[in-house]
Design a protein around this ligand. Structure first.
Ligand code: ADP
Ligand code: MG
Length: 625
């Protein structure tokens, strides 16, 4: 019998292991299953190259709980270890690995989710166990070895009579870690971390019914089969040519069992130089805010789940997507700030951005109708990408679509082409009109359409930022919301309307109106317009409104604090009602006409609410009596 001391220098490593990574205790199981997988894959490799003479067959990894003995077992049929190898890999190498890891990260162990993932390896078992045993039989011709360690630096290493090749790790679960003796908890962990590992993982058994025979002979047969936790060949490990659309969809549901909505598009990632990365990304329907947090992109390393916090690896605008990324090249046990500065990681992020842009470009080219149909569900992601990644912006400008209020979808170039004759103003600037809500801005949209203008429907929360960027880039292009001014001024042409009122009459009219409307909210503006246009109309200057909206969605703040809600009351002096107001002799009646007209204008901008709305309705009934 051999016994020894692992390393006197860091006698307190076991308490340290228990203390650090406290919140991450559960990762021990992933580490042990990873080791079992590695050992199995190594054996496969050796038998492929003819170095191991044993039969590989169809090895499994088995997880077992023994509640009486309070043990958890991880059993593999991999290459096993000889006693010398246990000495080398467990007593020396693994230990120094764990030690190094703790020294490096004990101060920062808690500052990010990714720390604590990987690096601790085999010794992470001591986070949950008071004693650990290894019983292992090498594929080489050597007796099995039995290593035992009770959490102090002393261990024993003796021979064992195990005859089947492979390794069994036995954890004597400590009293604080009872949860890891619960079947449901272990199942949860296996599903979380090992759902797509490459070797089948057995955890208990389950009943299965299958049908046998034909017609009258047909009978149901119940049998007990191994309960395999994982899918060893997930879609992302296959070639895109091997997969049909349905395969991508069903993999999406396998990944997110609680997600009932179908994904909109998928993007298969597959690169091996200058870094290795595979994966599938999905554009989800983003109508349910709650799921954005829950079903996120999952990061794997060689089919082992690492994290679903991909911040830094995937550009921010793509964190709204779903799917998997698998790369052995992403450094895992480092801090996030390091990750962001890491060259390889930056390359990965650029690659993903490029792939997403290329995929959208190809859908635009080959299946534009499909892109148009789904545009409203994905536009926020694209707009966000255009604002945050210059390279994406350059590509996306060609397929970014502008929906119109008539249900068409135009690229910027197409839009310019369609509007250049009718919507260029007197200074040669091409003005694009848009609405944010068809129902609420109906009157304004209609007025613009009557002029033959194209009205876009831009309703995403960050659109103001994008319009700002497009305008900055092209000073001959402007975007103006339909209710930003009255129709003749939205796109100013050199065709002044004649005014029916004289300057003198206007000077009389203005103070009359100003006396009735609340000054803090409205500035009165007299305009000579078409007599068919509304007599009173409320507008909000584009600049003010856009700045306010941009401030609400971040950035774009030029005034620090909140913006006041300032509106213009545009009075059409050519409308007969306005002449009537001017001619009315009794002051009371005059005031009532102004008040009523103002309220109607507010009503059409959804600005009349509460008490004022009630008063308006009451007054209106009085008038029609
Ligand atoms: P790592 O897996 O990063 O090498 P670990 O601490 O997890 O570090 O494991 C240390 C070493 O112990 C492994 O490299 C391997 O040689 C050996 N080992 C651990 N578990 C097994 C196993 N189930 N079968 C064979 N060898 C194993
Ligand atoms: Mg390991």
């Amino acid at each position: 019998m051999a016994s020894g001391k692992i390393n006197v220098a860091v006698e307190n490593i076991f308490p340290l292991i228990k203390k650090f990574l406290y919140s991450d205790h559960e990762i021990f199981l992933r580490e042990l299953v990873s080791n079992a997988t590695d050992a199995t894959l190594k054996l496969k490799h050796l038998s492929n190259i003819g170095e191991a003479t044993v039969e590989y067959n169809n090895p499994q990894i088995e997880i077992k709980i023994d509640n009486e003995k309070r043990t958890l077992h991880v059993i593999d049929q991999g290459l096993g270890m000889t006693a010398e190898e246990v000495n080398k890999y467990i007593n020396e190498v693994a230990f120094s690995g764990a030690e190094e890891f703790l020294n490096q990260y004990k101060d920062s162990a808690k500052d990010s989710g990714i720390i604590g993932h990987f690096g601790l390896g085999f010794y992470s078992a001591f986070m949950v166990a008071e004693k650990v045993e290894i019983i292992t039989k090498s594929h080489k011709d050597a007796p099995a070895a039995h290593w035992t360690c009770d959490g102090s630096p002393e261990y024993t290493l003796v021979e064992h009579d195990k005859t089947e090749r492979g390794t069994e790790i036995i954890l004597y679960i400590d009293s604080e870690s009872d949860e890891f003796l619960e079947e449901a908890r272990i199942r949860e962990l296996l599903t979380k971390y090992n759902k797509f590992m490459p070797i089948p993982i057995k955890f208990g058994t389950r009943e299965e019914t299958r049908e046998e025979g034909e017609g009258d002979d047909k009978k149901e047969i119940k049998e007990t089969v191994d309960n395999i936790i994982n899918n060893p060949n997930p879609a992302w490990t296959k070639k895109p040519t091997e997969l049909k659309n349905e395969d991508y969809t069903s993999f999406y549901h396998e990944l997110y069992p609680m997600q009932f909505e179908e994904p909109l598009f998928h993007i298969h990632l597959n690169v091996d130089y200058p870094f290795a990365l595979t994966g599938i990304l999905y554009f989800p329907k983003l109508n349910n805010e709650l799921n954005i947090q829950k079903d996120r992109i999952q990061l794997y390393q060689n089919q082992v789940f690492v994290t679903d916090n991909v911040e830094g690896i995937v550009p921010e605008f793509l964190t709204m997507l779903r799917g998997v990324i698998d790369s052995p090249d992403i450094p895992l046990n480092v801090s996030r700030s390091y990750l962001q500065a890491d060259g390889a990681v930056k390359k990965i992020s650029n690659y993903i951005t490029k792939k997403v842009a290329d995929k959208l470009q190809s859908i635009f080219k080959n299946d534009r109708e499909n892109l148009e149909q789904k545009w409203n569900d994905i536009k926020v992601v694209i707009e966000y990408g255009m604002l945050s990644e210059e390279k994406f912006y350059d590509k996306a400008k060609k397929f970014n679509l502008f929906p119109t209020t008539d249900g068409a979808f135009l690229t910027l170039d197409e839009l310019k082409e369609q509007t250049k004759d009718s919507q260029t103003d007197k200074d040669g600037k091409l003005i694009q009109l848009y609405a944010a809500n068809v129902a609420e801005q109906h009157a304004y949209i209609q007025a613009a359409k009557d002029k033959g203008y194209t009205v876009l429907l831009l309703d995403s929360p960050i659109i103001g930022h994008l319009l700002q960027k497009l305008e900055q880039e092209d000073d001959k292009l402007g975007f103006v919301r339909v209710d930003a001014d009255h129709i003749d001024k939205l796109i100013s042409k050199d065709e002044p309307q004649l005014s029916k009122l004289s300057e003198e009459q206007k000077e009389t009219l203005k103070p009359l109106i100003e006396a009735v409307v609340p000054k803090e909210q409205y500035t009165v503006q007299l305009e000579a317009m078409d007599s068919q246009a509304a007599p009173f109309m409320i507008t909000q200057p584009e600049f003010m409104r856009r700045m306010k909206e941009m401030q609400q969605t971040g950035g774009g703040s030029m005034f620090g604090g909140g913006f006041p809600d300032m509106y213009q009351l545009v009075v059409n002096v050519n409308h007969p009602l306005v002449s009537q107001i001017l001619e009315t002799k009794t002051q009371k009646k005059q005031e009532r006409l102004i008040k009523q007209s103002l309220d109607l204008a507010r009503l059409s901008q959804s600005l009349l609410k509460g008490e004022e709305l009630t008063a308006f309705i009451k007054r209106s009934f009085e008038m029609i009596k």
